[in-house]
Design a protein. Structure first.
Length: 81
């Protein structure tokens, strides 16, 4: 049986990018330069509109923020799994 496509806003994953940037006193622009990813693509992640992320990008973000994947991404509270 095929999996039903979910709109991006309905995904049960929350990206804590905004909180981690604030904790590290880093801007999205600075992170974009460090990770070599566009500001627009990081903004999509930050605003929970992302539908997918490459493992290499995820690893680069975590390295730049000195965090783990679990600190960056979490299952949204009260989200059906």
């Amino acid at each position: 049986m095929a999996r039903k496509e979910e709109p991006a806003g309905d995904a049960p994953i929350h990206c804590r990018l905004d909180e981690l940037l604030a904790e590290r006193d880093m801007t999205l622009t600075e992170l974009a330069k460090r990770v070599d990813i566009t500001y627009a693509n990081l903004s999509v992640l930050k605003n929970d509109r992302g539908r997918a992320i490459r493992f290499s990008t995820l690893a680069a973000i975590c390295e730049a923020l000195d965090c783990t994947v679990g600190e960056l991404l979490e299952v949204a509270k009260n989200a059906p799994v």
